[in-house]
Design a protein around this ligand. Sequence first.
Ligand code: NAP
Length: 528
Amino acid sequence: MTTDIQGMMTIGGTPVKGADGVTYAHAALTGEALAPAFGCASADDVERACTLAADAFDAYRALSDERRAAFLEAIAQALIDLGPALTERAHLETALPMARLEGERMRTVNQLKLFAAVVRDGRWHGAIIDPALPQRAPLPRPDLRLRRIGLGPVAVFGASNFPLAFSVAGGDTASALAAGCPVIVKAHPAHLGTSELVGHAIARAARETGMPDGVFSLLIGEGTAVGEALVRHPEIQAVGFTGSRQGGLALQRIAQARPEPIPVYAEMSSINPVVLLPAALETRGEQIASEYADSIVLGTGQFCTNPGIVLALEGAALDAFCAKASQAISAKAATTMLTPNIHAAYCRGVDRLSALADVTTLANGREAAGAFDAVPALLRTDARAFLAEAEMQEEIFGPSSLIVACRDLDELRTVLRRMSGQLTATVHLDEADHEHARALLPTLERKAGRVLFNAFPTGVEVSHAMVHGGPFPATSDTRTTSVGATAIDRFLRPVCYQSVPDTLLPDALKQANPLDIWRLYDGDLKRD
Ligand code: NAP
């Protein structure tokens, strides 16, 4: 497989050099532009990718589950076949450590394999059959059969902080392809070369498994024009996005203003509260403090699940926790951020927060050596100040965290109640804390997509039960997840077939169940 980077996009399986200006990838460590220049997509390129995707839709969704699963597995294999060239380029563009990137490649591969298994399993069809009741009085019931089909072509905006797992072949792409939707990715400018390599790998997998041409395209553009045109295009039927709240909301506004509005599944900002209950703080405070410091700096804090807020009761145990966490943070190195803009936003965020009245800086990490290194920061305030100052709830993307001291558990619960939606909410507890935790759980469930105990939220397992979602502003649609097997649901819609002759029904709904899938038949789950 070729691992040369030529500044190319992929449109309907063909490498294309965009002709509407050029843009460059950059080395994250130095900010230097990297050769070669990438050609940017013109309006015609966007049109062609969207038209090809629309043309491919019916052919692609009509393929058997087995063919679609084989395509997803071929993408997984193509990512492995890219070898060290993929992680070396991603390292150059993001400064993320090689070991982390190798781990991320395998996570991406496993994610594709999980969706292949989901497609083969067949439950994704959501088949429901209510057979006709011709004798029913006073009115007979017609034969009613439901299955789910893909929404149509999906536009995907990859994330800067996961150049593999949340980007070109990441979760949004894998779940949309699994649902039978062609995908057009707008490459993230923070890792253009990585995107090209992965885009070509997907095109190769599509060729090898005989997929229709328009099933996948990768577009490159400088500024917002290409992304906006994509979301406006009438053939695009849904959008997957991971990034800033500003970006997610801008795309949602465009999608809602279309003559035919479409859903935008945007994963945006979260500060991921961590609650330390009294017995756990008393008995294990020091250990939790050092795990907390490790979690803050993991990946230079560039995780949407970074523990941005800690809530605990004021007192000697919290003071000891703060002292231990400060000591741990002071020893942490400053490390390079993904882009100069993200670095600048981090520095602004920490400066703004530390300048607020009632916020104390407890500790900073070691001095920055590189121009775009983020110095870890640990800050403290109290619940009264936190409740009065909305700015304290804003995500600071990077290795910082704010400890909020509460007078009692009622005040702690009030802080949680006033918090906006979150991807995660964490509780550290011992057995003596169980009753307090029981009282907090209803609030935590309402606030977050994932509630976890005695752990830190960084690290999102890709599995059947995972939820990486949550109420606004964590995401734009609280009913969904962007990680885990149920991410496929975002790109499906139900269709009911009434009194359709058996030979015309899709296989998932034929009386003889030729796909051998689980179906809800007259109210009972059956596989015969
Ligand atoms: P971003 O600025 O939101 O960009 C994400 C993607 O969306 C890029 O491809 C960007 O393209 C595109 N985009 C953004 N606004 C757009 C618009 N109005 N119209 C069309 N396309 C648009 O995110 P980022 O560059 O990854 O990071 C910036 C900040 O986002 C970070 O400092 C952090 O605060 C936040 N962030 C949060 C998470 C999270 O998981 N919560 C993850 C990553 C970043 P162009 O850049 O080419 O316009």
